[in-house]
Design a protein around this ligand. Structure first.
Ligand SMILES: O=C[C@H](O)COP(=O)(O)O
Length: 261
């Protein structure tokens, strides 16, 4: 079965709810509906924007999907500041980013925490966008494939084979995030293919062939074409370029095979 490309815009800690509405309107206005048959496009705003984005998408029956940038590993209770899986599911989230390198770095998230968050997302019928990827020193030492596949397998521990189908994997080399240093298409393909092979070894080829593997790290309209042209790259997790409506629209259209709107 052909995998539908996914372009997910991770806004990180940018845009208040009014700015979020303006950006979603801009994307919806600029990207003709026919593109959505070829590419799935999702916005991943901060928690405070999700209700506004959901209302707009549902109210105007937009074909855009939306998601969240993180989730608590807990269901409810005395966890000040946390947001749970049931809360995100109630807000119509399709996707939840889990294990982003910024959370691993600034919030000390281990593979074990990431694993519990992946389970929390799946339990409530959403898809995790599970981020893996190596820092610069690991890449320079040639350990990037092993590092990324180990993070992947650790994060999926204990899941049922059927649940793996719902997972989206994002390969994000840390050295390429927000730096303008995009991995070459061949670099991205090498690791994305290795991640798929690791899934096939553990869960079988049929499952591995269904799982979408994205690339993330300085993706723009100028490089998405080459990246998505790789056999095992099924889309992108886009940071900075997702904050610009024109650029994100262009990038999404290119992932759909164009022509540009
Ligand atoms: O989640 C998105 C990634 O961290 C990539 O961010 P970037 O496109 O700004 O490099």
């Amino acid at each position: 079965m052909a995998r539908q490309p996914l372009i997910a815009g991770n806004w990180k800690m940018n845009l208040n709810h009014l700015e979020a509405i303006a950006l979603v309107q801009k994307i919806a206005f600029s990207l003709p509906e026919k593109y959505f048959a070829k590419v799935e496009v999702a916005v991943i705003p901060p928690f405070t924007d999700i209700r506004s984005v959901q209302t707009l998408i549902d109210g105007d029956k937009l074909l855009l999907k939306h998601g969240a940038q993180d989730v608590s590993e807990h269901e409810s209770g005395a966890y000040t500041g946390e947001v749970s899986g049931p809360m995100l599911a109630k807000l119509g989230c399709s996707y939840v980013v889990v294990g982003h390198s910024e959370r691993r770095e600034h919030h000390a998230e281990t593979d074990e925490v990431v694993n519990r968050k992946v389970r929390a997302v799946l339990k409530h019928g959403m898809s995790p966008i599970l981020c893996v990827g190596e820092p610069l020193e690991v890449r320079e030492a040639g350990g990037h494939v092993e590092h990324s596949t180990t993070q992947l397998i650790n994060a999926l521990k204990g899941l049922k084979t059927e649940q793996i189908r719902q997972v989206v994997v994002a390969y994000e080399p840390v050295w390429a995030i927000g730096t303008g240093k995009v991995a070459t298409a061949a670099d991205a393909q090498e690791v994305c293919a290795a991640l798929r092979t690791a899934l096939a070894d553990k869960y079988g080829k049929e499952i591995a062939d269904e799982v979408r593997v994205l690339y993330g790290g300085s993706v723009k309209s100028s490089n998405i074409g080459e990246l998505i042209g790789q056999n095992d790259v099924d889309g992108a997790l886009v940071g900075g370029a997702s904050l610009n409506g024109d650029e994100f629209t262009k990038l999404s259209a290119m992932a759909a095979g164009g022509p540009l709107p």
